[in-house]
Design a protein around this ligand. Sequence first.
Ligand code: ZN
Length: 203
Amino acid sequence: MKIICIGRNYSEHARELNNPLPSKPVFFMKPDSSLLINNKPFFLPAFSKEIHYEAEIVLKISRLGKNIQSQFAHRYYNAVGLGIDFTARDLQEVCKKAGHPWEIAKSFDQSAVVNRFVSVDTLPDILAINFRLDINERTVQQGNTKDMIFSFNEIIAYVSRFITLKTGDMIFTGTPAGVGPVKAGDHLVGFIEQQVFLDFCIR
Ligand code: ZN
């Protein structure tokens, strides 16, 4: 199982981090050891002073595929969930400046939070999914997948040119504006439409 994450897929988020808008999807990966499931607490790691939350819609791949054409990409995922792409923003800034890979900032243990998934046909509109993240009962991020620069199908087509997608793989599809730091004691609750998908604490 692998986790593929799309960066800079919402223009307002790219702007808030002073990143140029991409002309092709930007992606990176997290190992299976980065998964944090079942609403278990996230433990702040010692190596960073600035862990940021990034709430994202996550696709669950349901078929083996390579070189998938965009018009057929919808056949390759069958479930959608909400995830947090935890990012050591301080380490990421150092990596970006040095032109180094991002793994220490993006792929550490517990950096990929997911909980439950629902079948795509239970959602009112797969092209316009509303999602949000509340921290300590205050909404910090609110997104709609219609604002993505690259759609689910374009992402699957692009990634599968380079990497074979397998059943059970997950794709984090990018975060909207509003990212920020977490601190010990924070309570994170994530929603798709009006349903709770994530509910966990920072320790
Ligand atoms: Zn992200």
